[in-house]
Design a binder for this molecule. Structure first.
Ligand SMILES: C[S@@+](CC[C@H](N)C(=O)[O-])C[C@H]1O[C@@H](n2cnc3c(N)ncnc32)[C@H](O)[C@@H]1O
Length: 295
């Protein structure tokens, strides 16, 4: 299938991990434009169900077009509201759940969302535009030590201190308003590394902070494990080493408690063919598990 806006990543691997049952109930916690959900839907029978969640209204509008089917329910919500959403729908147990973390091309390509280095728009980066904290707030209001910490912790940026210092110095003259303005300041502060834009890691760190992505993931994973029925499957695709570490450690802890069997001893990576076809898949790491006993 040709997905025009966002190409779903590692689809075959996701389907293999989820091991779809025809009459199963599945949650796509990051429904985005609906690519993965569509592939799950194709494998469901008349009694199967998908609950697709996203915190972004634009993503849900996009998914609605593709997933116009009585077996699909789309709900605006975030990972930390997972249990609440399912409870409202009268669902106590699920057969599988997918988390495809990060942002979609729909969000990156819409310059008004303020995620892209090339955007002349105000720094924003909110996945849910109804929340109040924006990237502008982080960049212009956070003290230097806090900026340095998020650049290091969420961006693995070796020049975290230098960039934080340059941002604060610039702020003495004027606020940093647009994405382009920030990207240019970073470009001048640190040496270029390889082909990727020098601002990649800093932008990622700011996005993670704005959307509280690590806190959300931690909460989402623990709610997901509770909701899975015995033998239910969990599949997580991350695009950042910090996120992948969190998933790995969470899986190991659940395995030690006897709650989970780790299916992927090492994370699965996209094939060379996939990376060539869809370069945005290059940093993907997929981990999967099977629920062992009921809590
Ligand atoms: C990589 S995209 C998913 C793409 C999707 N799998 C597809 O095939 O189109 C990630 C999506 O997850 C959403 N998202 C990220 N963190 C979230 C959270 N904590 N709660 C709900 N949605 C979230 C984003 O808004 C984005 O639409």
């Amino acid at each position: 299938m040709d997905y025009k806006i966002h190409t779903p990543v590692m689809v075959n691997e996701v389907l293999q991990i989820l091991n779809i049952k025809e009459d199963g109930v599945y949650v796509d916690a990051t429904v985005g434009c609906g690519g993965h959900a569509m592939e799950i839907l194709k494998r469901l029978g008349e009694r199967g169900r998908i609950i697709g969640l996203d915190r972004d209204d634009a993503a849900l509008d996009c998914a609605k077009e593709l997933l116009n089917d009585y077996r699909v329910a789309l709900v605006k919500s975030k990972f930390s509201e997972l249990k609440e959403v399912l409870l409202e729908k009268g669902i106590e147990k699920i057969d599988g759940i997918l988390f495809d973390l990060g942002v979609s091309m729909l969000q990156l390509r819409d310059f008004s969302r303020g995620f892209s280095f090339y955007s002349d728009e105000l720094l924003d980066m909110r996945m849910d535009r109804e929340t109040s904290m924006t990237a502008w707030e982080v960049v212009n209001r956070y003290p230097q030590h806090k900026l340095e910490q998020i650049f290091r912790d969420y961006g693995d940026e070796p020049f975290a201190r230098k960039v934080a210092r340059e941002i604060v110095r610039y702020r003495h003259k004027k606020t940093i308003d647009t994405c382009k303005e920030l990207a240019e300041l970073i470009r001048k502060s640190i040496p270029r590394r390889g082909k990727t834009h020098p601002a990649t890691q800093i932008f990622q760190a700011i996005r993670i902070e704005v959307n509280k992505e690590f806190e959300e993931l931690k909460e989402g994973l623990s709610q997901a494990i509770e909701l899975l029925s015995k033998d239910g499957r969990i599949c997580v695709i991350s695009y950042h080493s910090g996120e992948d570490r969190m998933v790995k450690n969470f899986f190991r802890e659940e395995e030690a408690k006897g709650m989970l069997r780790i299916i992927t001893k090492k994370p699965l990576l996209p094939t060379l063919e996939e990376v060539t076809r869809n370069p945005s898949s290059r940093s993907a790491r997929l981990r999967g598990g099977q629920k062992l006993c009921l809590n």
